[in-house]
Design a protein around this ligand. Structure first.
Ligand code: HEM
Length: 330
């Protein structure tokens, strides 16, 4: 079993990757060049998220981390990239001493220090990506390129929407996206086009996109625990949706790894309760508009169909109150 206390939400709205730019949302190839290529980010919730992530990894180790044995060298490459990014962006929080292959990595926020021989997995208690991933609040997936496709060969996933390292291990890009009702505004089937686009990603020039979902009273749903969370969705009402339904946003980053040629997929997942949308009127208005206009296959696929009407009703009632206030002030 695993715990899902809602022990954090995004508090610094300036870093919340609000997903909507217009009042209706459809799937599209919405990848953009990433501006700040360093994916290490310390948010006010860093320690809470790390604690929750490590707890989940301990409670469901096989669900949350998976790898193939031949990926050790690729994992060391990821470890090196993340260590270097952490130290260059936050030298006060992270330090590394490299004496040839003898490395010592220090995390000053968590007061932790580890020494290991770079490239020798027997000197770490965990696999390299599983070890280094526990220092950052992100999820990490390594997609290895073979032939014309990408295959999920390593994953550390703790904040998932219908996704797990265990469920998706070994799947190709197309297999992973098989369940997505991937029809764009123009009616195109997108999966092949997006996969072709991934081929053009070059080392040192990562890309980014934003994905979103709603979560009913939890931050994470995967197929392995569907028996637990699926029935709980019916507990959402227009009265409690403001507190219990959260806008869950994934800032996704895609890096071409120069040595292995794999694509590292990094996810920064943030959560904002519906009631906090009122802190930014524009966010409230866009979300209310988008949620009223979700095509049914998208709502079914995202797993939000059972509580979407209650959530929209909550937003409608709040909208009425906001408008009544504005009128009485005018
Ligand atoms: C290469 C790394 C990628 C990985 C590992 C990945 C993984 C996933 C997974 C596991 C899902 C959930 C599938 C399920 O329901 O079983 C998903 C959904 C989706 N993916 Fe990807 N993806 C990747 C890249 C992309 C890119 C580049 C796009 C660009 C358009 C994209 C667009 C989507 C969309 C639109 C969904 C549906 C999400 C929703 O509506 O909530 N993915 N992806």
């Amino acid at each position: 079993m695993f715990t899902q206390n809602l022990d954090f939400k995004t508090t610094d709205l300036t870093t919340f990757p609000f997903p909507f730019t217009s009042g209706n949302y459809r799937y599209s190839n919405d990848l953009k060049k990433l501006q700040n290529i360093n994916c290490v980010e310390i948010t006010p919730e860093y320690e809470l998220m790390i604690r929750a992530k490590r707890r989940l990894l301990e409670e469901q180790p096989d669900v949350r981390f998976q790898s193939f044995p031949h990926t050790q060298e690729m994992q060391w490459e990821v470890l090196e990239m993340l260590v270097d990014m952490a130290v260059s962006r936050y030298p006060q929080h992270f330090e590394v001493v490299k004496d040839g292959s003898d490395w010592t990595f220090k995390n000053n926020i968590l007061a932790e220090q580890d020494s290991f021989v770079f490239g020798d997995s027997s000197t770490l208690e965990l696999e390299p990506l599983d070890y280094i991933g526990r220092h950052f609040h992100n999820d990490f997936v390594l997609m290895v390129q073979r032939d014309d496709n990408y295959y999920l060969e390593v994953g550390q996933v703790s904040y998932a929407a219908l996704f797990s390292a265990h469920w998706n291990k070994g799947m190709s890009f197309n297999e992973i996206h098989g369940p997505v009702p991937f029809v764009s505004r123009k009616g195109d089937q997108l999966a092949d086009r997006v996969r072709q686009f991934l081929h053009s990603i070059e080392a040192g020039e990562p890309w980014t996109r934003i994905n979103w979902n709603l979560m009913a009273n939890r931050w994470d749903v995967n197929y392995e625990t569907m028996d637990v969370w699926a029935p709980e969705r019916s507990l959402i009402t227009a009265e409690n949706a403001g507190e219990l339904v959260r806008l869950r946003v994934e800032e996704q980053k895609f890096y071409r790894m120069p040595r292995s040629n794999a694509i590292l997929f990094v996810l920064n997942t943030q959560f904002l309760p519906m009631e906090d949308l009122k802190l930014r009127q524009e966010w409230f208005d866009l979300t209310y508009s988008v949620l009223q206009d979700i095509p049914e296959p998208m709502a079914e696929y995202k797993g939000i169909a059972p509580y979407l009407p209650q959530t929209v009703e909550y937003l409608r009632r709040e909208d009425e109150k906001i408008k009544a206030n504005q009128e009485s002030e005018a």
